[in-house]
Design a protein. Sequence first.
Lengths: 427, 317
Amino acid sequence: MKEALINCRIIDPKNNIDEQGGILINENGFIEEIGKKVNKENLGQIKTTDLKNKIAIPGIIDSRVFVGEPGYEYKENFRTLSEAALSGGVTSAVTMPNTNPIIDNVSTLDFMIGRAKEKSTLKIYPLASLTRNTDGSDITEFGLLKMRGAIGFTDGTKSIENNNVMDKIFNYGKNQDALIIQFPQDNQLSKNGLINSGLIATRLGLKGIPASAEHILIERDLRLLNQYQSRYHIATLSSKESLNIIKEWKSKNLKFSTGVSINNLSLNENDIGDFRTFLKLSPPLRTEDDRLSLIEGIKNNLVDVIASDHKPEDEESKRITFDQAAFGACGIETLLSLSLELYHNKSLPLKKIIQCLTENPAKIFNIKAGSLDKGYPADIAVLDLDKPWVVKKENIKSKSKNTSIENKKLQGKVTRTYLNGKLVFEE
Amino acid sequence: MALLKSKQAVKFNHKHLLGIQDLSIPEINYILDESLAFVELNRKSSKKLDILKGKTQINLFFENSTRTLSSFELAGKRLGADVMNMNVLNSSIKKGETLIDTAMTLNAMHPDILVIRHQDSGAANLLSQKVNCSVINAGDGKREHPTQALLDAMTIKSKKGKIEGLVITICGDIMHSRVARSNIYILTMLGAEVRVVAPSTLMPKNIEQLGVKAYTDMEQGLKNSDIIMMLRMQTERMDGSYVPSTREYYEFFALDYKKIKFAKDDALIMHPGPMNRGVEIDANLADDINRSIIIQQVEMGVAVRMACLKILMENNS
């Protein structure tokens, strides 16, 4: 049965649309028509839902999501992940291979995809690892893994340290048109590091992670990439100087893309306060100057994607000393709302934020989502732009509650989420 | 007895003693003043008081310690408390129990005071959030060792008559030292000019912002110093190579009779212990009674810890 969403402000950065109108969804859950002509008068007998001037945007693609399956089901499973994601308007997730076992071979990938099909309402786009067991030495079967559904390759939480291995990855990856995703942080310079190195690390007595760990990796990778022109994405940026390096290489016409965690756009190292382990993040939160330059980076198109860097960790992994606590924060359900803070505080235009959450990741990861094109699946988030709310631990839908923004006041919330034309979340 | 009269003018508004950073100048002076009376007491033949009678003190040490542990144990016993030392090496902590689990277990035994030493920065803070009793930080990772800084301030005051205006130089492995950090906080607050000297690989980032002058050269750093505080190389906290060899470190950064000449003629030497003779300090110089006040530090340690225990208990009863 066809259905139409009417009376909404449609924002679709890919098609440069920002207008009042409606969205017509066909029997199979695909978008048939959008715009002014989708209104009560023209729809006849078709079922309509009045969105009462809320904003309709393409469902969000979260491009950095750690899932618990397989191996860490106690931290997050596909069902809890889906619930969390859909409540935040996220309809597609690019998932990390850092499961147990690591997704580094076809059978583990098959198993994971099978579980996702069975349990996940959220659309799952898996990444596989670049090297076997993410040990940084032997490259995985890019071709076979890609055939079976891996949309890209990354070792996830650590970088490829060996220059020779990285050179081979770029070189061989080119044959398979593989998307190579680097976590840009030198393993040795960041070894045992906990937070940004600087005054706060000195005061708290915690080992620092110098920003140079990021610069060196990016500089090296781009130099190698320049020889091979493979598909390459830098997963997470944290420091100002990285943007200068990126700018320089982009000016030489080198093609690659970059991402940033919403945490690094919204928080800085001061938020760690008195050893708050939920803010032990990787890459670490850095200075306010770094944060502001990352926002500038988005404005200047040096940063393409905003991701949640969703990393659910259970209490046992966080309610311990800062040294021993796991890195990461859950955040898939607050990705959009926290991003909207950058609109409300006038850091970024609304369209730009939505572009970094929809159009850009769709293009980089080659996913048929992230826009309201005719013929695309009707994955839609309906947004009340001004709605105030507070992030409360007890309301978090993820299985793990390690949010980096507990008790934070936010403005803007998803009130409905459609997936393949079906209403899957309603507040 | 003078000891039992507390000076009500100064309020010590803390349940725990977690770091010098949390204290005000009057609070620090209050502890130092209280300690003075205990120094006298400890020199008498009868040292026992009953201020903490009926109180239970647990010393929970996750790192090896000789002087701090025995100092806290004696301090508690001399005040009449029941003191228990938790032997972590034999406990279920080694079997994977977390710090919080241990804290909850101990909490159920209703101690009045927990003294904790732990290899992780912030461990004492974490513990203090989970237990009902007072917590004293006896050293947490690389962050703070407040009673050491208090006893160092006490020692300096007793030897030099003051702290304000003195040039105090802390030398060695500043990077991995909680003693350096706590001393930087206390001595700058009390008006000393504090300097740190270390090879740049052992110098924490932005250390100047804590109000000290940083040097990588002993001659410059020691010039006009009244007090030289030597630190141990904390190899157990190091990952990788910070200095090429002990031999090279000794040549450039150890305190010997040659380098001490850069300081004032009456400059005194301190060391929080344990010392590595021949690494950061010349063996003979460490024992030189005209120069070294290392033994006095140990004496002050007991008195300062007695004062801390007394003040916290007064506060919480």
